[in-house]
Design a protein around this ligand. Sequence first.
Ligand SMILES: Cc1cc2nc3c(=O)[nH]c(=O)nc-3n(C[C@H](O)[C@H](O)[C@H](O)COP(=O)(O)OP(=O)(O)OC[C@H]3O[C@@H](n4cnc5c(N)ncnc54)[C@H](O)[C@@H]3O)c2cc1C
Length: 349
Amino acid sequence: MKIDYLIVGQGLAGSLLAYFLEKAGASIYVIDPDGEGSASRRAAGLINPVTGRYFVKSWRVDELIPFARQTYRDLEQLLGGSFFHERSILRALGSAKEENDWLARAGDPGYQAYMGDHANKIELDQLLYPTLAYGQTLQSAQLNVSVFLDFFQKQLLGKNQLSKKYFHYGELFVTPNGVTYGDIEASRVVFCEGYGGIKNPFFNYLPFRGDKGEVLIVEIPGAGFERIVKQNNTFLAPLGNDLYWVGATYAWQFTDDQPSEQARQELLERLKTVVKLPFKIVDHWAAIRPTVKDRRPFLGQHPELPSLWIFNGLGTKGASLAPFWARHLSEVMLEGKAMDGEVDIQRFD
Ligand SMILES: Cc1cc2nc3c(=O)[nH]c(=O)nc-3n(C[C@H](O)[C@H](O)[C@H](O)COP(=O)(O)OP(=O)(O)OC[C@H]3O[C@@H](n4cnc5c(N)ncnc54)[C@H](O)[C@@H]3O)c2cc1C
């Protein structure tokens, strides 16, 4: 089989890249055993314009969010599914200082597009333990990542563009015209393996820094709550059918990617201070986020083997970063556009 691009990994990075390359007319083929347990499959898929204690705008949010919104809407049309939900994030403001900080920021012209009025506290008080007030984000959203990836996978399988196998690096050969892998001949290969990239012998010189995250999936019968809440350092995001994603933990040091009793207890204790209604834990997930020391993605071409490329390092914000940077990488590879220096792996030369 002869193709233009072989893509390794079908998480958010590989899927969005496959979408933009094909949209621009390139032929693609994807290899991924199934991604169960990948960061993408464990994420809440939140797109959050203002983050942290000081309510600071996320990096390049003015470009990233509108582009992500348009891309996921286009993908819903293309794939015939529903997985992108525009939802405000209700940010608990526990003290007068926090409330003042929120209001001061919301008054800044650069933030008005992202920070709205107070939410209706009375409605929330029936579900959650009281806090002083809630601030409400605008333009935030929740991508149901697993549903999106399932739809995308189905489309790839339907067009014979996916092999559900592990990619063995030792079986890749670089040729004068590109690469070969088994019976596949490709002009280029793009590696999108998330934290699995630490095993990639061509790119493991890059400063990968994993961040283990754990979450609980809980059932709160009758909560009927369709918005996202952040209270006591904990996100509560609706999954439908009374199920909620609760998380997450962050750990730079870890020995495996499995759920741990310690994180379960930590999340449970946090949740007990947030949700008033009875709840039941129905699942507990863990995965490693593909984070980078300087918190910027890895995009680029191998310094010595020009047919080898990488799209990785989406860190804690894959849902908002993947569309914009996948399109950028496709333009660099197909049209020879200059690579944005902030994400180019050449910064590590
Ligand atoms: C608990 C948790 C919560 C998160 N919440 C959010 C959130 O709310 N919002 C947000 O934007 N981001 C969130 N993230 C981060 C987000 O999940 C990541 O930024 C993003 O999913 C990374 O996507 P990826 O495709 O680069 O990697 P991955 O999702 O890890 O996908 C990599 C894929 O490559 C495949 N692969 C690896 N090695 C090979 C190989 N050798 N051969 C073939 N296939 C291979 C894997 O099977 C996998 O499918 C969260 C992450 C975690 C862990």
